[in-house]
Design a protein around this ligand. Structure first.
Ligand SMILES: [Zn+2]
Length: 262
């Protein structure tokens, strides 16, 4: 079957680096690092796929030339000065427009990481792809935070997970979307965390209390990101687990319309 662009449906698929090529002159990467995608559901075995690859070499063939060289390239160029400053050890005030663009970049990168998987293993709903393409920003079903990474193990990394909420039904494991999805994206000293669901109210009370952690989307207030303090190599996995624990607690509170047992 001929492949078509994930965003616009055009047929001229191009191969693109997941992590921008210019970053190779800033980020050294001596050895392959493990990459993980997992899906989790209560009462069933976790599915997990792990592979070793040099992150900065990763390419994915899922978008067309006009998306690649058009809006996606524009988005890269908009956030590039922030990343270069971060790679050179500088912090920056994050005003509203920059927060929006960084959140969009985190989502776009998460989507490219997702497309290293088979479609049956996708976790992000197609509507979120359509929203990013049409509006150049995440939908209000997505929360995005940013913090810092001071570890040494990775230069660029995307972790994705997906959860199913309602155990009363037995969803098709190959349906290619999950009720709740999330990702952690590390790019040099910058860490994004994304959390998405269309379950009403589930994201309302999710907060992240780690130091130097800024909520980018939906916009709340201007803040200043700095390269330190940041998560080290043992704290980074716990950052993701912290979100999962909050969701578990909220799921047990009975405030959601749909029962949630993860
Ligand atoms: Zn396209």
């Amino acid at each position: 079957m001929p492949r078509t662009c994930t965003f616009c449906g055009a047929g001229d698929i191009t191969k693109e680096h997941i992590w921008p090529k210019w970053s190779q002159s800033y980020l050294s990467e001596k050895r392959p690092v493990p990459h993980v995608q997992q899906t989790v559901q209560d009462g069933r075995d976790d599915e997990e796929r792990t592979w070793l690859q040099r992150s900065l070499d990763m390419k994915v063939g899922t978008v067309c030339g006009s998306c690649n060289n058009g809006w996606m390239s524009n988005l890269e160029n908009t956030v590039k000065p922030f990343f270069i400053g971060a790679f050179e050890g500088r912090g920056r005030e994050l005003h509203r427009a920059l927060q929006r663009d960084l959140a969009a970049w985190g989502l776009k990168t998460t989507m490219m990481v997702e497309h290293q998987q088979k479609p049956a293993r996708y976790v992000i709903p197609p509507s979120e792809y359509a929203h990013l393409y049409q509006r150049r920003e995440p939908s209000l079903d997505v929360l995005v935070w940013m913090t810092a990474y001071t570890g040494i193990k990775t230069s660029a990394l995307g972790h994705l997970y997906g959860l199913d909420a309602d155990m009363a039904i037995d969803p098709d494991p190959g349906r290619g979307t999950r009720d709740i999805w999330g990702s952690t994206v590390v790019f040099g000293p910058v860490v994004f965390h994304l959390l998405g669901t269309d379950i009403p109210g589930l994201l309302t009370d999710v907060v992240m209390k780690t130091p130097n952690t800024h909520r980018l989307w939906p916009y709340k207030r201007t803040s200043t990101w700095t390269p330190t303090p940041g998560l080290n190599d043992s704290e980074l996995p716990r950052f993701t687990e912290g979100f999962l624990e909050q969701l578990l607690r909220q799921g047990g509170s009975g405030r959601q319309r749909r029962p949630m047992r993860i």
